[in-house]
Design a protein around this ligand. Structure first.
Ligand SMILES: *Cc1c(COP(=O)(O)O)cnc(C)c1O
Length: 467
């Protein structure tokens, strides 16, 4: 059995250094607020002093309540898709709240609307799009809803397809939009199975194929080159849900096949990317992009209340949501200034580190007979399980492992994986359940790479405890 040698700090030393939340940057916020204030000096003063004593009491209560959370900001949190916002995003968002702009229209948020247009153009540039239509949304669900709504307008009465590992939102959104939906089975690597896709396409009536670039469950990237070839033959619209994986287009350590798929994104008809997933943004920031800007015609509407202050296109005229946090755009814009989306740049390298973290842990776990792997991580999501001879035994052990790791302060997630996809992979396992409970870890923090040894140490200890 593989044994670990430690080069980094021992857990004991960790305990001696107490955790401190980063607050130094608040000084920078105070300075920036002075700058903001200077822009409004021609207004008469008005009294807005809060009751500091009450504020202190309430805020202390809030802080106490907020302790009831997993430590999402810490490298020991390696469970769901939660990544701490960059300090610049946090500060820019807060700074914007003194104005509280609404990016529905220039009437409610002028500077932040322009910042949104610039920030969205940076995301489009990731996929080589210079002319496009796009805007921020409150998240990936809303962004996908808009993309499928446009898809339905362009291919009325036709079906939407997505793999059975695609985000559940596509099926639900299709129902909301009154569009028919069919799910396409996956292959042993949790990617859309091309033969199955062809079978569904042959039956006809398909309007749109939703490919996922980085599934929420395993981080698998659907085979875009093959799907694009089929688009030539079957004339469907290709929407790529890259809510989670979109930014990995910048990573320089993808497998060749994955890189090829990412290079195809430029040929998609629409793409969704969530800056609040891997883009270092606070929640409330998704983005939808259309390669053909003329789809803006479907959004056309008039509003009796807004769109007065400028003849330039208001964001509300090209989005379904009305009020939207201008602060989200400000935070994203500021983050892009601090960490530009450049190949080889700091932002790109930090994505590469996340993937490296997943690869390091994959290597450790796959060399240990107490665990079972399915396939290597394609991005930075690692799926594994406690070992056993039967699916039911693997599920029960993985459940126990999840609890035991949490008791050690290591927070991973659980994932119900279809046994059908394991048939050719876990040949020696009696698949006595339709779904196997696996363990899932989103290694979304670049720090996870440097902490990989420490994470492994806990996994190792936990495995010893539950077996
Ligand atoms: C997270 C996610 C979504 C949903 O996005 P929200 O921002 O949570 O609404 C959709 N698709 C994929 C692939 C995702 O990872």
């Amino acid at each position: 059995m593989r044994r670990l040698t430690f080069s980094s700090t021992s857990p004991k030393m960790d305990e001696e250094v107490l955790l401190k939340l980063e607050t130094k940057s608040l000084e920078v916020l105070a300075e920036a607020l002075d700058t903001l204030e200077a822009g409004f000096v021609d207004l008469p003063a008005f009294d807005s002093e809060p009751d500091l004593a009450r504020l202190r009491t309430v805020l202390r209560d809030v802080a106490e309540k907020m302790r009831d959370n997993f430590p999402y900001f810490h490298p020991y949190y390696a469970g769901q898709m939660l990544k701490p916002p960059h300090p610049v995003a946090r500060l820019a968002y807060m700074l914007a709240l003194w104005i509280n702009p609404n990016n529905h229209a220039f009437d409610g948020g002028r500077a932040s609307s322009f910042m949104e247009k610039e920030a969205v153009a940076e995301i489009a540039k990731l996929f080589g799009w210079k002319t496009f239509l796009g805007h921020l949304t409150s998240g990936g669900t809303m962004a996908n809803l808009e993309a499928l709504w446009i898809a339905g307008q362009l291919k009325p009465g036709r079906k939407i397809l997505a793999s059975d590992q695609a985000h559940y939102t596509h099926q639900r959104i299709s129902a909301v939009l009154g569009l028919r939906f069919e799910s396409v089975p996956c292959d042993a690597k949790a990617k859309m199975d091309i033969d199955s896709l062809i079978q569904v396409l042959e039956r006809g009536e398909v309007g749109t194929v939703v490919a996922t670039a980085g599934t929420t469950g395993t981080g698998a990237v659907d085979p875009l080159p093959e799907i694009l070839e089929l688009r030539e033959r079957y004339d469907f619209r290709l929407h790529v849900d890259a809510a989670y994986g979109g930014y990995f287009v910048l990573a320089d350590n993808l497998e060749a096949g994955t890189r090829k798929a990412y290079d195809c994104l430029t040929q998609a008809d629409s793409i969704v990317v969530d800056p609040h997933k891997h883009g270092l943004q606070p929640f409330g920031c998704g983005c939808v992009l259309y390669r053909d800007p003329t789809v803006g015609r479907f959004y056309r509407h008039d509003s009796p209340y807004t769109y007065f202050t400028s003849s330039e296109l208001h964001l509300g005229e090209i989005s379904l949501e009305c009020s939207r946090a201008g602060a989200s755009a400000v935070a994203l814009w500021a983050t892009q200034k601090m960490l530009p989306y450049l190949p080889g740049g700091e932002f790109a390298r930090s994505l590469g580190k996340c993937r490296q973290a997943a690869l390091i842990l994959f290597e450790r776990i796959s060399g240990d007979p107490r665990f079972r792997m399915i396939f290597p991580p394609e991005l930075d999501i690692l799926v594994f399980a406690s070992n056993g001879q039967k699916a039911s035994e693997i599920s029960a052990r993985s459940e126990r492992f999840f609890e035991a790791a949490a008791a050690e302060n290591l927070h991973i997630a659980k994932f119900r994986y279809p046994a059908a996809l394991l048939r050719g992979v876990w040949k020696d396992v009696d698949l006595d359940q339709p779904q196997v409970v696996c363990l899932r870890s989103c290694l979304m923090k670049p720090e996870h790479k440097d902490w990989a040894d420490r994470l492994w140490e806990i996994l190792d200890r936990t495995a010893g405890r539950i077996n």
